[in-house]
Design a protein around this ligand. Sequence first.
Ligand code: PMP
Length: 366
Amino acid sequence: MLTANDNRAAGSAADNRGADSVAALARESYRGIALYSTPRGRCSVDLSDNTNLWGAPPAALRTLAAVRDEDVTRYPVAYEPALAAALADYVGVSADMIACGCGSDDVLDSAIRAFAEPGEVVCLPEPSFSMIPVFARTNGLCPVAIPLTRSFDVDVDAMLETGARIIYLCSPNNPTGGALPRRTVEQIVENARGLVIIDQAYAEFGGDSFTDLASSGRPVLVTRTMSKAFGLAGLRVGFGIGSPELIAEVLKARGPYKVNALGERAAIAALDSDRAWVDERVDEVVANRSDFRAELAKRGFASLESSANFVLVPVDDCAATASRLERAGIRVRALPGLTGIGDAIRIAIGPWEMMQRCLDAMVASA
Ligand code: PMP
């Protein structure tokens, strides 16, 4: 007769065999890809993810509180036409130029899948949004990173020379915070071989809008999100702007029902009724960003110019700095060994009392 211990031993041998056979079956090209890791537990001042630190917009919250039975029991309308119309009104295009997604992550991932065959090149600047090489690899493509120039502009010639099927640009750029000059973006758009993606997740906080390039007759997709200025990161609503033909290809790759009904309703409410609330928060970010950078400089920290709702601060040892700040109740993003910069911490901008606590902790931990 088998004892409980025998059963456990047999179970764990089977588990190991299971893990081995899964590893043998899984796509070989996925072996080097790790799951995205985020910090565990709450922190009293969390400045690590560039969300809206004032909270969620009021009309969106009211809508969520009044959720109806059918919002939960029924499927949403495929491809979210009502949300697309509200977003189109917000950015000044027609609704057939909008593809929504489960965060702009989903739109970026779908576009990368839609516009290149496995083995082709996705070119991106470095440093830039860390998920792009991951989306390239999970879709069987080859990411090629081109370092930013010394003035943190993209290297137009080097990017074009890759002959990439997809060129990714990010303005304002995460994690450096800089916005791209219009001429740089136009040169890439005019000369690229394939799709140009312009990620504008932080557009509300500064820099030029490149929405007009989506109507330029060239294959351009501008991506935006409700996660940052609009304070709805937890609902996962993002969108892309492109020509109707380009948007149809992105939606094919994306598939139906990717935005949940509650996210859709809350995002529509925010777009209809919370724009003034968002504008006020954005104004406060811009004022606090400039004061925070000035206060950092007084304390000996030279941060990079930023058009986003965060600043990047080069430091000697980012892991040590971030863990000292975490002990003081402040969470920032540690970014080790950034190309052309070295170690740095990225700090989101929020209400001034949070920024003051961060400044105090930085001096105490320096
Ligand atoms: N692009 C950039 C540059 C980002 O920083 C982020 C979020 N960190 C995203 C896209 C994705 O945001 P979301 O999926 O929440 O729209």
